[in-house]
Structure formats: structure tokens, C-alpha cells
Design a protein around this ligand. Structure first.
Ligand code: APR
Length: 236
């Protein structure tokens, strides 16, 4: 991998990039996410059925952000953002704020953000207060108890898809970091990028479900492999 020759990079990140910061990944060996089945906390149906459970779950995830910090993989991507003179888009599936806390700016959250809330009454997105369980008022329409986590749940449309598709079509390097490749549309980005002729690289602890779609794979801890890859790309 040499930096020379590449112009436009898309980096996709998943829960694995935040694992070394202490944020749990989704698909643990027990199939549970922090003790819950994903369907019980990450679907619109779950929210309709038991809003108190879902709000409490995301309130706890939001509070946990104060106890974690970016790791060397987030720092390396922030350095790439600062130093790469070509095009770059970091697309994260993560709802934590560790990329931006590390300093990355050219990035989008395709699955929403813990720090954001969405008003079901008026559609306004706003900074989330510490807790949504206690039914705070919308800052725009003042409705009480109508704010939900601004998280893209299963069955909902991911954010920023037009911008992501355009970046994938224009990129010559696509790198997927710390994602199991189990959830679409993100799992299909590698095939999209390849279709347009990009070189594709997977960096993950172990082979993802789509590992055979990549031109190149590096398996190990993101906190070690991502800084090494960024060094290579920036030719330090
Ligand atoms: N370094 C690199 N990779 C790691 C590390 C690490 N230190 N630790 C774990 N991983 C890898 C795991 O091997 C796994 O392949 O990260 C991947 C995490 O996979 P998932 O838990 O499935 O997370 P992700 O792919 O981000 O999930 C996608 O699913 O539940 C939904 O919307 C949610 O955004 C999420 C989406």
C-alpha cells in the first residue's frame, strides 16, 4: 500500500474501532448486546412496545461516553483527515463520538448519534440532553416526552446515503475497519467501491463476513493496524 497514486479515500468504521476504548461491540460471543437481544432495543417496534426500556438503554449508552476516550485508531484517522490532501470521507456506523473527539472532521454518522435526539412531534434534530427517559421538551416545538434517540434502528433508512454513494463511486481506495460485515447497506459498500474500480482493504480483528470481497485484508487490533496503515499511506 503506497499513498502515491490514491486520490480519494472512503473509510468505513464499525464497533471494532471503538472496542479498545472500552465500548462493547454488538455481536459478542453470546449474541447479546450488553445483555439485550438487538431486536429488544434497536427496532422501531421495540420502541413502540417498551419505550421506557429503550430510552433507559440509550441513556446508559450516552452516559457511558463520558467514561471512554479515543484510542490510537481514532487518533490515526484524525491525523489522516488533517494531513491527507486528497478527498476523504470517514463513514462511521458507530453512534459514539470518538472520531470527532479525536479531531476527525470529514466524517458522517450513517447510523445516527447518541448525542443527538429526534423529536417525533416536529421532526427536529437536537443535541440530546443527558437523559431522554424523563421526557424532556423539544427545543423547537416544546412537546414533552416526544424525543427519541437519533439512532437508525433496524428497518430504518441510514443517514447521508447520497453523499456516501457519491464518495464510493469516486474513491480509488476503500478501507473497512472494525466491522463484522453483517449489516447492510454498509456491508455492501466494498462491492460498490470495487465496482467503480477502487482498491479495497479490510482491517479487522478477524475475517469479516465479506472478507472475500476485499483485495487485501489485515487481521489484528485496530489500535495497532490503523496507525501503521496511516503511517504507510502518509509515507512517514
Ligand atoms: N480491532 C479491530 N476489530 C475488532 C476489534 C479490535 N480491537 N475488536 C473487535 N473487532 C471486530 C470484531 O471481530 C467484529 O468483526 O469488530 C467487529 C465488530 O462487529 P459488530 O459487533 O457486528 O459491529 P458492527 O459491524 O459495527 O455492527 C454494524 O450493526 O447492530 C448494528 O447498527 C448497529 O452499527 C451497528 C451495525
Amino acid at each position: 500500500m503506497r499513498g502515491a497514486g490514491f486520490q480519494s479515500i472512503v473509510v468505513l468504521t464499525g464497533a471494532g474501532i471503538s472496542a479498545e476504548s472500552g465500548v462493547p461491540t454488538f455481536r459478542g460471543p453470546d449474541g447479546l448486546w450488553e445483555g439485550h437481544r438487538v431486536e429488544d432495543v434497536a427496532t422501531p417496534q421495540a420502541f413502540r412496545r417498551d419505550p421506557a426500556l429503550v430510552q433507559a438503554f440509550y441513556d446508559a449508552r450516552r452516559a457511558a461516553l463520558a467514561r471512554v476516550a479515543p484510542n490510537p485508531a481514532h487518533d490515526a484517522l484524525a491525523r489522516l483527515d488533517a494531513e491527507w490532501s486528497g478527498n476523504l470521507l470517514i463513514v462511521t456506523q458507530n453512534v459514539d463520538d470518538l472520531h470527532e473527539r479525536a479531531g476527525a472532521a470529514r466524517m458522517v454518522h450513517m447510523h445516527g448519534e447518541l448525542k443527538s435526539a429526534l423529536c417525533l412531534a416536529c421532526g427536529e434534530r437536537q443535541e440530546a440532553p443527558e437523559t431522554l427517559s424523563d421526557g424532556p421538551a423539544c427545543t423547537r416545538c416544546a412537546a414533552h416526552g416526544r424525543l427519541r434517540p437519533d439512532i437508525v434502528w433496524f428497518g430504518e433508512m441510514p443517514y447521508h446515503m447520497d453523499r456516501i454513494e457519491a464518495a464510493l463511486a469516486a474513491c480509488d481506495l476503500f478501507v473497512s475497519i472494525g466491522t463484522s460485515g453483517a449489516v447492510y447497506p454498509a456491508a455492501g459498500f466494498v462491492q460498490g467501491a470495487r465496482h467503480y474500480g477502487a482498491h479495497t482493504l479490510e482491517i479487522n480483528l478477524d475475517p469479516s463476513e465479506g472478507t472475500h470481497f476485499f483485495d487485501e485484508a489485515r487481521h489484528g487490533r485496530a489500535g495497532e493496524l490503523v496507525p501503521a496503515w496511516v503511517d504507510e499511506l502518509l509515507q512517514r
